[in-house]
Design a binder for this molecule. Structure first.
Ligand SMILES: Cc1cc2nc3c(=O)[nH]c(=O)nc-3n(C[C@H](O)[C@H](O)[C@H](O)COP(=O)(O)OP(=O)(O)OC[C@H]3O[C@@H](n4cnc5c(N)ncnc54)[C@H](O)[C@@H]3O)c2cc1C
Length: 448
């Protein structure tokens, strides 16, 4: 056999969660793949809070027990509004029946290391090097290939033409190299985050993630083993008023925000403060001749509902099942391959749209109105207890959408629309619970 016949037919760029999951799933099918990784992962990474929709992927990879050993079990998520606003508690018990009724909060990069070692155990090969890329065109379409140096590092002969899969995360190696058009999201915020010890958690189940709508922006609190991950997300304009360094901005936000100040009183920061910006983006296409995008390299979703790792893991799972359910034969059947790639891309774009739609209910305050109206309604007597049954039905659908189970479901999305338009009597306007770009002294209750 010539060298090109034995060389890997699939090359993945980036060994983050998307790249390692895909490599593991392909290796499980006995498909040879090679993963490039530049080993540039920082010691502290966002992407710690997971939703139940990722647990079936852990089971498929055979790693759920190992994830459980390094993580905190997450029973649900709570959403608080500052200044005496509503508090909304979602339990994943609501999704039982079609998804596991729990998820995990995992420290990264330990989680990435686990995914990588599992992929290696299953037979995937990794190269510690940055993939260098060269672009061209074929029949008017942008193409991309590995540079001669990268091929040499990977031991790929000149004539080999592997399918190249971009899992390079927010680096978006292929989209940048080919200058692919992208769609930017509505928000352009900035996030600061760090780990703390002795940061008091609120009176919720241990492991429950708390998202707070602050006087300016919003925050996350994610319980990890022995520490709390705390992040604040604010407009760039407001960030400037908080100080000149990331540390100052984080500490001032914690001091100023009523929902966090009391809890942070004894807290000790045990990591540097990391900064993230520009986190809503979607490439307008997911594939081209010989290349595919997966995970954040395809698009990234606003992190408020923690859909990022779900999109990376489920995106990898979708790519694996759309393309490789019958092995590598599809790579020699151009029509079938194009059809499978179209299906994959359309599905991922649809996922992004559904997440964007859902997250909007949380940003603009409609979710709290639905919750308050539902509470009011369920307390009123009604024939056959219809009102409280309706409330339970709606809660199940909203929780399932936020868990990755019914996010794209037409019925669930329609129900949310209907609830937010027609079933919200005697409750304050949505704006009183919305995430605000700038500091508001006036309490929300007064504003309402
Ligand atoms: C503020 C914020 C908070 C978030 N919180 C959450 C959360 O709570 N829960 C959640 O699920 N998600 C969250 N996310 C999203 C989550 O972090 C990402 O969706 C996830 O990490 C994407 O995984 P990935 O594998 O696609 O990319 P990455 O994790 O970025 O991995 C890409 C890898 O490719 C490597 N690489 C890049 N270029 C090259 C190259 N040319 N050659 C070789 N290697 C290369 C990189 O070094 C990296 O290791 C958050 C995001 C932000 C911005």
């Amino acid at each position: 056999m010539s060298m090109s016949e034995t060389s890997p037919k699939v090359v993945i760029v980036g060994a983050g969660p998307a790249g390692c999951t895909l490599a593991g799933l392909l290796a499980k099918r006995g498909i040879d793949c090679l993963v490039f990784d530049d080993d540039k992962r920082p010691d502290l990474l966002v992407g710690e809070s997971l939703i139940p929709g990722v647990v079936p992927v852990f089971r498929q990879l055979g790693i759920e027990d190992r994830v459980a050993a390094m993580a905190t079990r997450k029973p649900g998520a709570s959403f608080f509004v500052t200044d005496g606003g509503p508090r909304l508690h979602f339990s994943f018990k609501n999704v039982e029946g079609h998804l596991p009724p729990y998820s995990y909060n995992t420290p990264r990069p330990e989680f990435d290391n686990l995914l990588r070692s599992r992929a290696e155990e299953l037979g995937a090969k990794f190269v510690s090097a940055r993939a260098e890329l060269e672009t061209g065109t074929e029949n008017g379409e942008a193409t991309i290939r590995l540079s001669a140096r990268s091929r040499e590092v990977a031991g790929l002969p000149e004539e080999a033409k592997p399918l190249l899969i971009d899992c390079s995360g927010r680096t978006r190696a292929f989209a940048r190299a080919m200058n692919l058009p992208t769609e930017k999201g509505e928000r352009d915020d900035i996030a600061y985050f760090a780990h703390y010890e002795d940061f008091d958690h609120d009176e919720v189940d241990p492991g429950q993630v708390i998202i707070s709508v602050l006087r300016a922006g919003w925050s996350w609190r994610i319980p990890l083993p022995g520490r709390l991950s705390v992040g604040i997300v604010v407009s760039k304009e407001h960030a400037k008023t908080l100080g000149s360094t990331a540390e100052e901005r984080m500490e001032n936000a914690l001091r100023q925000e009523p929902l966090l100040a009391e809890k942070a009183k004894r807290a000790r920061r045990i990591t540097p403060v990391m900064t993230y910006s520009n986190y809503q983006l979607l490439a307008d296409r997911g594939h081209g001749p010989g290349w595919v995008l997966c995970g954040d390299a395809f698009g990234f979703v606003d992190p408020m509902l923690s859909p990022g790792l779900f999109m990376s893991l489920v995106g990898a799972q979708q790519l694996d099942s759309c393309l490789f359910a019958h092995g590598l034969a599809i790579l020699n059947q151009p029509k079938k391959l194009a059809c499978a790639l179209n299906k994959y891309s359309a599905r991922i774009i649809d996922w992004h749209r559904a997440w964007q739609e859902l997250v909007r209910y949380f940003y603009d305050g409609r979710i709290f109105r639905i919750h308050l109206a539902g509470n009011n309604l369920s307390m009123k007597p009604s024939p056959f207890n219809l009102a409280s049954r309706m409330e339970r039905h709606s809660t199940r659908h909203i929780a399932s959408m936020a868990s990755g189970g019914w996010t794209r479901s037409k019925y669930s999305r329609g129900l949310m629309k209907m609830l937010s338009r027609y079933l919200v009597w005697d409750v304050p306007p949505a704006e009183s619970f919305a995430v605000r770009a700038n500091w508001q002294d006036k309490s929300r209750a007064e504003a309402a």
